[in-house]
Design a binder for this molecule. Structure first.
Ligand code: ITT
Length: 205
């Protein structure tokens, strides 16, 4: 069985990837562990200007520190009218890391005058896989949509209440977890990763 490190302390992300891997690889192929399961190391700052660069920074460091094949992700919201921002700054757009309400309020205020036809946006998720031999892989998932003028729903997190996915009549915060996973940037990227793992992880290891 191959041990695979997901370079995160977020238990929800671990569980989500485990669910997707179980469905495509089978639980006996991969033992998924998180940063809480390996000796602690100083994590590097996310200095990249793209989601892919940040995912690679985290995955390379995890692999270097542990010697394990390592997966890492970075995600955020890219707003057309803001030239793709908040982008990699999504978690700290208002200046306070992880203050979801302040981040969402600031984006709404910034595009307050933008008419409906120009309120396009997309959630983006990059997932990097770095192998001990030095091989690197990057996959990306996107959920296109547009931003409403006020939030709706209390599911999800972050910018979900103001995001209406393409073809949807409910915001991401009004979807169940499973409904969101089926169409979300992260769900898409993790399913691509699962497919990639079936090819690059040693068979029967
Ligand atoms: P880590 O500890 O794993 O870094 P994080 O909260 O910083 O967790 P991400 O890097 O994955 O999360 O996401 C960055 C931000 O992008 C996140 O704080 C949200 O504001 C936004 N975001 C990402 N995915 C989202 C989603 O599915 N729904 C709503 N907002 C999302």
């Amino acid at each position: 069985m191959t041990r695979l490190l997901l370079a995160t302390r977020n238990a929800k992300k671990l569980a989500e990837l485990q669910r997707i891997l179980d469905g495509s690889l089978g639980r006996e192929r991969v033992e998924l562990i998180g940063l809480a399961d390996v000796p602690e190391y100083q994590e590097l700052p996310e200095t990249g200007l793209t989601f892919g660069e940040n995912a690679l920074i985290k995955a390379r460091e995890g692999c270097r520190q542990t010697g394990l094949p390592t997966v890492a992700d970075d995600s955020g919201l890219a707003v057309d009218a803001l030239g793709g921002m908040p982008g990699v700054f999504s978690a700290r757009w208002s200046g306070r890391h992880g203050d979801d309400q302040a981040n969402l309020d600031l984006v709404l205020a910034q595009i307050g005058d933008v008419p409906d036809e120009h309120r396009g946006a997309a959630f983006v998720c990059a997932v990097a896989l770095v192998l001990p031999g030095g091989k690197e892989h990057l996959v990306e998932g996107r959920q296109p949509g547009r931003l409403l003028r006020a939030g709706r729903g209390d599911g999800g997190f972050g910018y979900d209440p103001i995001f209406l996915g393409e073809g949807q009549d409910r915001t991401n915060a009004e979807l169940t977890g499973a409904e969101k996973d089926a169409i979300s940037h992260r769900g898409k990227a993790l399913r691509l990763l699962a497919k990639l793992l079936t090819k690059v992880l040693p068979a029967g290891a």
